[in-house]
Design a protein around this ligand. Structure first.
Ligand SMILES: [Zn+2]
Ligand SMILES: [Zn+2]
Length: 344
């Protein structure tokens, strides 16, 4: 079958013929219909320090998908051929402390689809049955393939109360934009979105941001709020300078949820910025299995507008490089690839 692979330890991705995967006794084989290109795939394409340290080529990449079940192993009970499914790309080991206490999103030995094991940028992908998510028929394929990033946004927003609160969203890539939408329909009182790219700031307005700014201005942000700063910061940028500034915008006793991944250390004045101010800071990884998936599905059933404006490109799979280029030059946000015509 045709697949997008990381063939060698260097910049780029390519189309190649690879064998179709076979499902084990508890696995599900899925005929992939649509996939989303993630920032992670872009890191793998660009072969940055993280990718070089983690990825072992050759490897089929990609982890955001929707498809139709094509075959199941003998032990599979929950789904059957013909079912429309997406899936959780973080495969917990099932045995570590985190997994056994209902926290497999922070499994110590996680395998990630398209990172540690062959991914979904191909007409067929295999996942364990326990990671499969049957998709509600009300959710179209273009949206259902984005459960993964939408779940990141949902997990970050839902990590603290947001209804009736004033929230600063730092960074409006796909996940930041979806977070703005979830805050909007979830009843946030004030949503301030920070994003240097004017095209993405416009999408943030469409998603329900009350105020958009090119960069963080703590004075201006405090003036917009009722209690000398926002109640909640959602950090989606991974930009160390922005993170430091965001801590100047939050009221005492506020909540910070960190999803963006900085390239190195971030310098925060521990006592002054966190301890004396009584902040609650949470690191957010992946999606809660499967609480976040239930929440995401319920929101998407009611509010298709939480995803639609974020999709800027719909391309056949073999034009994936155009999609990555659009992400690199800032003219693209979420890129969806269509696999229906791929050679099987
Ligand atoms: Zn992703
Ligand atoms: Zn585990």
């Amino acid at each position: 079958m045709q697949a997008i692979i990381k063939a060698r330890s260097e910049v780029g991705l390519e189309l190649a013929d690879v064998p179709r995967p076979n499902p084990g006794p508890r696995d599900v084989l899925i005929r992939v219909q649509k996939t989303g290109i993630c920032g992670t795939d872009r890191h793998i394409y660009e072969w940055d320090a993280w990718a070089a340290s983690r990825i072992k080529p050759p490897m089929v990449v990609g982890h955001e998908f929707v498809g139709i079940v094509a075959d199941v192993g003998v032990g599979v009970k929950m789904v059957q051929p013909g079912d429309r499914v997406s899936g959780e790309g973080h495969i917990g080991c099932g045995y570590c402390y985190a997994c056994r206490t209902g926290q497999s999103h922070i499994c110590e030995k996680v395998d990630i689809l398209g990172v540690d094991i062959n991914g979904c940028f191909a007409p067929y992908v295999v996942l364990p049955e326990s990671n499969i998510w049957k998709v509600d028929p009300a959710i179209p394929d273009d949206h259902a393939c984005l459960f993964d990033p939408f779940g990141n946004a949902m997990h970050t927003v839902m990590a603290q109360p947001i209804s009736g609160r004033q929230v600063l969203v730092v960074g409006c890539g796909s996940i930041g934009l979806m977070a703005v939408g979830i805050l909007h329909v979830g009843g946030a009182d004030l949503i301030i979105a920070i994003e240097p790219n004017p095209f993405k700031r416009e999408i943030a307005k469409k998603m329900g941001a009350d105020v958009v700014m090119e960069e963080i201005d703590p004075k201006e942000i405090k003036a917009l709020t009722d209690r000398d700063g926002v109640d909640v910061v959602l950090e989606m940028s991974g930009n160390p300078k922005a993170i430091v500034k965001a801590f100047d915008c939050i009221r005492n006793g506020g909540d910070v949820a960190l999803l963006g991944i900085p390239p190195g250390e971030v310098c925060i004045t521990w006592a002054k910025q966190i301890i004396f101010r009584g902040l609650t800071i949470r690191g957010i990884n992946g999606r809660r299995m499967y609480e976040t998936w239930y929440q995401s599905e319920r929101f998407l059933r009611h509010y298709p507008e939480l995803i639609e404006p974020v999709i800027t490109h719909r391309l056949p799979f073999d034009r994936f490089e155009d999609g990555i280029k659009a992400m690199q030059d800032g003219t693209g946000c979420k890129v969806v690839l269509d696999w229906t015509n791929a050679k099987e």
